[in-house]
Write a protein that binds this ligand. Structure first.
Ligand code: SF4
Ligand code: SF4
Length: 291
């Protein structure tokens, strides 16, 4: 029987040196950026080191890869996803992806553990091509959510996608960065994503309890551990184990938290209940009316 008090479960948000993408989204600093061969080598070596640590860590773990760019076009991310999904102490391994790559490799993975956080970027891929990829995932039995950035020019594409996706696939909407939505502007997005209100306005988080720094950590390619991707203070290193003595409950030191990969862990949001079983891949645990 599992005893999490002796071997506590740790959630890790991993982001290595990779910072390149095959897409060219106008709202992204990584659009069409290329990594040098040296940077790609470093990214691969860092990911392999992280994968080896995770395989041997000796306690339950869940991992979300949040690359700056697209990871699944690189063989080492696909290999890591497959390898970690098959380990009994890995409860979830997920990655944020634009789904531009092929899906056949997923057949090798344990699909009870692997999941995908998929973002649709209208303007970079046709509706038909993106929908076909989503249908491939669905046919394979892959757990995935699909989302869009809530820019006005995406609305028609998002509506069309919602209409054509299998009804049980959750479509989320991220508020566009720096965009304040009037009630009138928010309404069509909330009609697509019943949880849009969580993204619409940044969460006031100062001093509030957040699971990061206790049961959730952010790790970079050198193994530097921080509580989350947004707070720069270093807690220690993954590979020398020094981070462990720093893990404890702590309030958020920032004024606001406006990214789902952060505020989902902010306790007063109650989002662990909403996304129970699908926190990392952003899949609500019950079907919400309206999608
Ligand atoms: S797919 Fe993602 S990482 Fe790539 S350019 Fe678009 S927003 Fe940036
Ligand atoms: S609320 Fe957000 S910014 Fe604050 S500690 Fe948690 S994840 Fe980090």
């Amino acid at each position: 029987m599992r005893d999490d008090s002796v071997n506590p479960h740790l959630t890790i948000l991993y982001r290595g040196p990779l910072s390149s993408c095959d897409y060219d989204c106008p709202y992204c600093p990584f659009a069409k950026r290329r990594d040098s061969p040296e940077r790609l080598r470093r990214d691969r070596a860092a990911l392999e080191r992280f994968t080896a640590w995770t395989a041997e860590c000796g306690h339950p773990v869940s991992v979300l890869f949040t690359p700056w760019g697209e990871g699944l076009v690189r063989s080492w991310y696909r290999g890591t996803m497959v390898e970690l999904s098959r380990l009994p102490h890995v409860r979830r391994v997920a990655i944020q992806t634009n789904l531009s790559g092929r899906t056949g490799w997923l057949a090798e993975a344990d699909l009870d553990t692997l999941a995908l956080w998929v973002t649709y970027h209208p303007g970079q891929v046709t509706h038909e091509r993106f929908l076909a990829r989503c249908r491939e995932l669905h046919a394979l039995g892959v757990r995935f959510s699909v989302g869009v950035v809530g820019l006005p020019e995406h609305l028609q594409a998002a509506r069309r996608l919602r209409a054509d996706l299998p009804p049980e696939v959750y479509l989320w909407v991220n508020a566009a960065e720096g965009h304040l939505y009037t009630d009138e502007e928010a309404a069509p997005w909330a009609a697509l994503d019943p949880l849009f209100h969580h993204s619409r306005t940044p969460h006031r988080s100062a001093g509030l309890p957040c699971r990061t720094g206790e049961s959730v950590v952010s790790v970079d390619g050198d193994g530097t551990v921080r509580r989350c991707h947004f707070v720069p203070e270093v807690l220690g290193n993954l590979y020398d184990g020094s981070f462990r003595q720093a893990l404890r409950p702590r309030g958020c030191p920032l004024a606001v938290c406006d990214c789902h990969i952060g505020y989902v862990h902010l306790e007063p949001t109650g989002l662990y209940d909403v996304f129970a079983g699908g926190v990392l891949e952003r899949i609500p645990h019950v079907s919400l009316s309206g999608w």
